[in-house]
Design a binder for this molecule. Structure first.
Ligand SMILES: C[C@@](CO)(OP(=O)(O)O)[C@H](O)COP(=O)(O)OP(=O)(O)OC[C@H]1O[C@@H](n2ccc(N)nc2=O)[C@H](O)[C@@H]1O
Ligand SMILES: Nc1ncnc2c1ncn2[C@@H]1O[C@H](COP(=O)(O)OP(=O)(O)O)[C@@H](O)[C@H]1O
Length: 298
């Protein structure tokens, strides 16, 4: 888990030189309703995704020998289970490309935090390799390959803040305010699978509209279960009470919105020193879209 003292904060914005890195931004779920369950066990959701300017960074070298390799380790994730490797294999299969890749991922996003880091790494790998291999797949085709890798991967392929339905594959871009967020990263990892299989999870929320959300309906149906099962999340949320703290996805991260960076930073400064957290800006457009445009212009 990365704390606030992390010197390698990966943000994007004015004056940030990306070099050869491919950004993989985090997301927040600004609300999340569980509105049904499909025959295959997956849950139907309504959610609003917004990107934030906190990113993992990937470096990818094309190989001529067709091998796909992860460079470096990721604690608890074997190479063949790594979503970057699985994404590259899926793209190679779908495109029939004979090339390979060495993939290095510099993690800045906590795993199992509800920030979608692994999903974003997978999406960035798909988008980057589609360009680097000149595979020529469309955005729709990439989104189709993305979904079996994880319900959250398509939104990172599209790279836009979105109103989402289904399991997250039906996406409508939305223009939202772009506040500053204080994100707290409790020292625990929440399993998405465990939350969705919990007997007490609400699974029949009524459908709402984008207008309802805009008027302040920001319920997260996973919250009661996560708050009960994970004391670290419960206490982090309590700390954000004065600013209306929310859970992102199935957690473990919690967040609150502020009108300015200085107010968000001041609130972070009031948090216990041992609790990890960071300040990031909400974004409606992913830096990945600019990075791929720069690549294809070369
Ligand atoms: C809940 C959300 C909201 O954005 O975020 P996270 O908190 O995980 O970041 C996502 O829908 C998560 O997407 P993702 O993390 O890609 O989940 P997946 O790997 O596809 O699913 C992990 C497991 O959770 C369950 N699952 C997931 C999504 C869903 N709509 N219904 C489910 O029942 C399934 O048991 C699945 O095997
Ligand atoms: N490159 C990767 N980065 C992060 N997690 C990965 C990666 N590859 C596989 N995983 C697995 O995916 C799980 C979910 O990761 P992540 O997307 O970061 O969390 P969340 O779905 O809660 O937002 C991790 O706990 C890990 O086991």
């Amino acid at each position: 888990m990365l704390g606030r003292a992390d010197s390698g904060d990966a943000l994007w914005g004015e004056g940030v030189g990306w070099g050869e890195a491919w950004p993989a931004p985090a997301k927040l779920n600004l609300m999340l309703r569980v509105v049904g369950r499909r025959a295959d066990g997956y849950h139907e959701l309504q959610t609003v995704f917004q990107l934030i300017d906190r990113c993992d960074r990937l470096w990818i070298d094309v190989r001529d020998d067709g091998r796909i390799r992860r460079v470096g380790d990721l604690e608890g994730v074997p190479e063949q289970a790594d979503l970057t490797v699985r994404a590259a294999l899926a793209l190679r299969q779908a495109s029939g490309c004979a090339l390979g890749a060495d993939i290095r991922c510099e993690k800045h996003l906590p795993m199992g935090g509800g920030l979608g880091g692994g999903s974003s790494d997978a999406a960035t790998t798909l988008v980057a390799l589609n360009a680097l291999w000149s595979a020529g797949l469309s955005e729709d085709e990439l989104a189709e390959i993305a979904l079996p890798l994880g319900a959250d991967v398509p939104v990172f392929i599209r790279g836009r803040a979105a109103w989402a339905e289904g399991v997250g594959e039906r996406l409508d871009p939305v223009e939202l305010p772009e506040p500053w967020y204080l994100v707290l990263t409790p020292a625990c990892s929440v399993s998405t699978k465990d939350v969705f299989s919990h007997p007490d999870l609400t699974r029949d929320s009524k459908l709402i509209t984008l207008a309802d959300f805009m008027h302040g309906d920001t319920v997260n149906d996973c919250l009661p279960v996560v708050r009960r099962e994970y004391p670290e999340v419960r206490s982090a949320l309590g700390l954000l009470d004065p600013w209306g703290g929310r859970l992102t996805g199935t957690g473990a991260c919690v967040f609150a919105a502020f009108p300015s960076e200085s107010e968000a930073s001041a609130a972070l400064g009031r948090m216990p020193a041992e609790l990890g957290g960071f300040v990031a800006r909400g974004r409606n457009r992913s830096p990945l879209l600019d990075r791929v445009a720069a690549q294809t212009a070369v």
